[in-house]
Write a protein that binds this ligand. Structure first.
Ligand SMILES: C[S@@+](CC[C@H](N)C(=O)[O-])C[C@H]1O[C@@H](n2cnc3c(N)ncnc32)[C@H](O)[C@@H]1O
Length: 268
């Protein structure tokens, strides 16, 4: 088997593949975007724990700096805002000032051989607000530490294979931008719904009645739908099951920010 690998690796390199994280001298500074996972602390990977432990400088949303205060004691802490460097997410009023600060602090720290960690919840690469750091600091060869996404935790809560539908074996992750005013992307719900694949909504304040109305144009009205709230929190995780026809009535009041919506016959 090792022999096979030795033959395969040079072949991949010749074909244009390159190591995702270029080798570096042990004493140079490093920049990491770290996913801490969702929910309970034991969803945090060992790798994330190790990087956070060795970080000298940490950037994260203010709330996260507060929530993880005991893990971050003694480190230099900075506000990462809600989406700097034109990444996905809201841009707060003070984002230019935060960007200027981040440029100065990160470049200086890495040049001094320090470890800088940008922290995010869940997996940073799925609708995470901090991916803009990766392009802004591409020349520093940043590394991403994956985390347990709310998608992973909610899949577990549903106890069904998310790609095991009868009419489709595919999964679409979406934030339903198509229902927002002025959105010009091609991923409208009408287009996404054509294959009746499993659809998973990262909600972020999404307009549920509008989404349900649009889904009904592609999926039968008795298609199952589930709302998973607080995925990954053992004490407060909840699943609400309904169909496209009954979900609005059943979901009733206000849903927490932390909920995902699943649609598809895999739930049957
Ligand atoms: C900006 S996105 C970040 C997603 C994150 N990167 C991840 O991998 O889970 C925020 C959205 O993720 C979903 N979300 C985050 N945490 C959640 C949780 N614990 N349970 C269910 N959904 C969650 C919600 O739909 C929320 O509106």
């Amino acid at each position: 088997m090792f022999k096979g690998l030795l033959v395969l690796l040079p072949a991949l390199l010749l074909a244009g593949f390159a190591p995702a994280a270029p080798a570096r001298a042990a004493d140079t500074g490093r920049l990491y975007l770290v996913g801490l996972g969702v929910g309970d602390r034991d969803n945090m990977t060992l790798r994330a724990q190790k990087i956070v432990a060795k970080a000298d400088v940490v950037f994260a949303m203010k709330r996260m700096l507060k929530d993880y205060a005991e893990m971050l004691e003694g480190k230099d802490l900075y506000d990462a805002g809600h989406g700097l460097f034109a990444s996905f997410g809201r841009r707060g009023g003070d984002s230019s000032a935060l960007e200027a600060q981040a440029r100065k602090v990160i470049r200086k720290a890495v040049a001094e051989g320090k470890t800088v960690a940008i922290l995010d919840g869940g997996d940073p690469m799925i609708y995470g607000p901090h991916t803009g750091f990766l392009t802004e600091f591409a020349d520093l060869n940043p590394e991403v530490v994956p985390g347990v996404s709310s998608f992973n935790a909610a899949n577990a809560a549903l106890l069904r294979g998310v790609a095991s539908g009868k009419v489709s074996h595919s999964v679409i992750l979406t934030a339903a931008f198509g229902v927002r005013e002025g959105y010009t992307g091609k991923d409208t719900l009408a287009e996404l719904g054509k294959t009746q694949s499993t659809m998973v909504f990262f909600t972020m304040g999404m307009n549920l009645p509008e989404v349900v109305e649009q889904l009904k144009r592609s999926y039968p009205a008795d298609t199952p739908i589930a709302i998973v709230s607080y995925a990954g929190y053992r004490d407060k995780e909840q699943v609400l099951r309904a169909t496209l026809d009954t979900i609005l009535e059943r979901s009733g009041g206000k849903l927490p920010f932390e909920h995902l919506i699943y649609v598809g016959d895999f739930l049957k």
